[in-house]
Design a protein around this ligand. Structure first.
Ligand code: FES
Length: 248
């Protein structure tokens, strides 16, 4: 793609405050240069062509997780996808699936955050922490590395086919975050804490379709966490059975 090439951006537009107007595509023809990201083009459209266009962004460097959307059928962060990478001059943008659209590419993240909150995504300590930091060995850190990379962009949430049919499912991001703290050497939550996700709305709801792995821009693999949590739940179950037998 050379300096001076044009691209046609087709954006699904909708405004929840005007529900009588059906979702519809609007097209914007924009001149681009190599290296421009989808987010940069959106910012240009909003600044120079259509100030009513709504989308989220902040860091512009794949860190804050706010700019997730569907780009030519694939869920990704708009700030890390270059327009020239598609080999086509037409690019279609749609909001993240599985979340209610507020306006254009902005979705209501409340259900995502509610599920996240459910797993208590923070270190739980039996006693107050020491004055200094709690060190970890390289091995201990490696155990949680991939999950600590999650930027909570909800790409996996949007890609999940289980959430498409069951909004009560806690979702891949929350389960990956739970495993991140369960595996953390500094966390003291009781082993039984994971009983909170011991049902079809939790770890047993996942169909292992694995779309969340494809969608994650940070190479987190939520199914690894789900398998890990399932194994731990089975161990707890076996322990309970043996304890019961011992009492008989
Ligand atoms: S703007 Fe922060 S991740 Fe894209």
């Amino acid at each position: 793609m050379d300096r001076g090439d044009y691209i046609l951006l087709k954006i699904l537009r909708y405004d929840a405050t005007e529900p009588t107007v059906e979702p519809h595509f609007e097209s914007y023809r924009v001149r681009i240069i190599p290296g421009l990201t989808i987010l940069t083009i959106l910012l240009r459209i909003r600044d120079e062509i259509d100030g009513t266009l709504a989308f989220r962004s902040s860091c512009r460097s794949a860190v804050c997780g706010s700019c997730a959307m569907v780009i030519n059928g694939k869920i990704d962060l708009s700030c890390r996808v270059q327009a020239a990478s598609f080999g086509t001059n037409t690019i279609i943008l749609e909001p993240l699936p599985n979340l209610r659209v507020i306006k254009d590419l902005v979705v209501d993240m409340t259900p995502f955050w509610n599920m996240y909150e459910k797993v208590k995504p923070f270190l739980i300590r039996k006693s107050p922490g020491p004055d200094k930091e709690l060190p970890q060995s390289d091995e201990e850190r490696k155990r949680i590395d991939q999950y600590a990379n999650c930027i909570l962009c909800a790409c996996c949430y949007g890609a999940c086919p289980v959430l498409a049919r069951n909004p009560d499912y806690v979702g891949p991001a929350a389960l990956a975050k739970l495993e991140r703290f369960v595996l953390d050497s500094r966390d003291d939550r009781p082993a039984s804490f994971i009983e909170n996700v011991n049902d079809d709305r939790g770890v047993w709801g996942c169909d292992m379709i694995l779309r969340c792995i494809d969608a994650c821009p940070k190479d987190v693999r939520p199914p690894d966490s789900i398998v890990g949590l399932r194994k731990q739940l089975l161990k707890l179950r076996i322990k309970k059975l043996f304890r019961k037998k011992g009492q008989e």
